[in-house]
Design a protein around this ligand. Structure first.
Ligand SMILES: C[S@@+](CC[C@H](N)C(=O)[O-])C[C@H]1O[C@@H](n2cnc3c(N)ncnc32)[C@H](O)[C@@H]1O
Length: 283
């Protein structure tokens, strides 16, 4: 089949599952042929080689499998991260969390931070690239994210400054009072699972992305609250977290209940409440 005929066929297959079927058909064909998309337009009467392999990719996408899992890569901030089933595909809204954290690191000249729930390594790798003397301890409870985050941090040559460990929240990370001053963690960042267990997600997310990365408990904010308590108990000064659009009220109530005084919420680009930054104490 020629390129133009193949794209016509793929467009039809993807109509039910994709918002932009023609565009995704082209992306997948460019990936399959290891060419730029512009090649498809310039040489649209060339024959497609190994067409059965391309058809298999289109079938996976027609079954709602996320594009990023099919090609094994996701764009995030200024990098391309390896991803695979078992690792959350990083979301653009998390870039806002990174920018907020970067401001604090810069202003406070912070040297050591921790991340809870490293996933693909998206947050830690971008921050390590922004701040060449920053050291990061990153945790996850699942093996696949730990493996993938290690590969990604090597890919961007920041593996020597990101220590990735298997841990529930920060359980395996030493308390600040037990480490030397220059090794003390001054900020924790996290994009934890914060969706209620019974929330109806879109098919491509529900069927393919890891439950451990999505669901935070029966209500959804259980892990978020536990992270706040654990970071407070570790004596860390700052905590910045992403959260769900409807969690501002319960989190405010929780902060008041546990005596957290200095906090602010932030919104995403669509204007939804999306997270918070806590300063546990003032100097
Ligand atoms: C929403 S994903 C975020 C991944 C990545 N940081 C990002 O922003 O793309 C949450 C991650 O937290 C991990 N996780 C879930 N529960 C955890 C826990 N109790 N302690 C540490 N990590 C946890 C999941 O395995 C998953 O990789």
């Amino acid at each position: 089949m020629k390129i133009n005929e193949t794209l016509k066929w793929a467009n039809k297959q993807l109509m039910q599952s994709c918002e932009r079927p023609r565009f995704e058909a082209e992306l997948l064909l460019a990936y399959h042929l290891k060419k730029e998309r512009t090649y498809l337009h310039a040489f649209d009467s060339n024959e497609v080689t190994e067409i059965e392999n391309y058809k298999a990719l289109v079938e996976r996408r027609a079954n709602h499998e996320p594009y990023e899992y099919i090609v094994g890569e996701a764009s995030f901030y200024d990098i391309e991260l390896n991803v695979e089933a078992g690792v959350l595909i990083p979301r653009p809204e998390t870039e806002i969390l990174i920018d907020l954290v970067a401001e604090i690191i810069k202003e406070e000249k912070i040297r050591n931070i921790a991340e809870v729930g490293v996933g693909s390594g998206a947050i830690s790798i971008v921050l390590a690239r922004k701040f060449p003397s920053l050291n990061i301890t990153a945790t996850d409870i699942c093996d696949i994210p730990i493996k993938v985050a290690k590969v990604n941090s090597q890919k961007y040559e920041v593996g020597n400054r990101i220590k990735i460990i298997k841990s529930n929240i920060l359980d395996e990370v030493m308390l600040n009072e037990l480490v030397a001053v220059d090794k003390m963690i001054e900020l924790v960042v996290s994009n934890p699972p914060y969706i209620a267990n019974d929330f109806e997600l879109e098919k491509n997310v529900r069927a393919y992305e890891p439950k451990e990365a999505l669901f935070g408990g029966r209500v959804g904010d259980e892990l978020l609250k536990q992270i706040v308590l654990d970071v407070k108990a570790k004596g860390v000064k700052y905590l910045a977290c992403e959260m769900g659009y409807d969690q501002k009220e319960p989190m405010t109530q929780f902060f008041n209940d546990i005596g957290v005084e200095y906090y602010k919420f932030y919104k995403d680009l669509a204007g939804f409440d999306r997270g918070f930054v806590i300063q546990f104490y003032k100097d």
